[in-house]
Design a protein around this ligand. Sequence first.
Ligand code: A2P
Length: 321
Amino acid sequence: MASSLVGTSFNVPEYVLPCTSNGKRMPHLGFGTAAFPPVGSETTKLAILEALKLRYRHFDTAAKYGSEQPLGEALAEALSKGLVQSRDELFVTSKLWCGDAYEHRVVPALKRSLQNLKLEYLDLFLIHWPVSTKPGTYEFPTKDEDILPMNFNAVWAAMEECQRLGLTKSIGVSNFSCKNLAQILAFANIPPAVNQVEMSPLWHQKKLREFCHANGILFHAYSPLGAKGTFWGTDKVMENEVLSEIAKAKGKTLAQICLRWAYEQGIFTLVKSYNKERMKQNLEILDWSLSQEELENINAIPQSRCCDPFNTIYDVWDGEF
Ligand code: A2P
């Protein structure tokens, strides 16, 4: 388990992020809001309000997801009704989209996100992917001709400016390979606090996890269930026989096996569910454990790479899989 784990006020372990301006604690399990097929704002807002009632306090969004606004409305309502006592109880992450990954566009993009979220600051602001797309483009999947290399130095300097201005308490990256992280670390004044990356029992990301650990960067897992049903995800995780057998033997769901496995690797995780029963189930992973044999069986699952939306012209993983 990560060494900076600290006691918690919400039943789930928390972690003090390195390189923050306020030592804010990040709860172990975060609530994802990347929904596909897209759902309306009201559905998203209601799901987030349910999550808040279940005591989720860590929310992940992105300029690209279309969920900033309903998340902001749900948080404002929860604060005004006393469901959440203060902003300080919440941990909110958003991300810079590729079309805004240019020096002069970063601070305005974060200000737009804050306006959508009705917040004065984020807890964590991430570069969403290590590529830029034509300035101002938000199309996804992205047209090949719109994909451009990112000027890491310039964009990271602007991210640091966001933290200095107090618009975010910490900054980081998402979907960055070891090679890309090394480039950022070579010139960063504020090193990335987090690398948010896909990880599941079918994609352990061992090398990247080790690199992050060695460099004091929190490896943060998204899509631990494989993002089944989305165009970027895979059904292979939720249909895996090894996981299914373990789930049956333990009287748990396959999703819980995935989340408990990540937890036992010391990995902080995001999971998206807008279904109340599944939201609840995803929190119930702390009072039981996997046996050594079960862990070994999961660790032996053949690995396959999943989400790589720019792969037609650019290997974001730098062949590191
Ligand atoms: P839903 O919102 O209908 O629950 P990931 O977090 O890996 O990206 O996966 C998200 C997908 O997994 C969503 O489609 C979500 O659907 C589904 N999901 C989330 N939690 C569970 C669960 N406990 N059991 C089954 N499916 C789940």
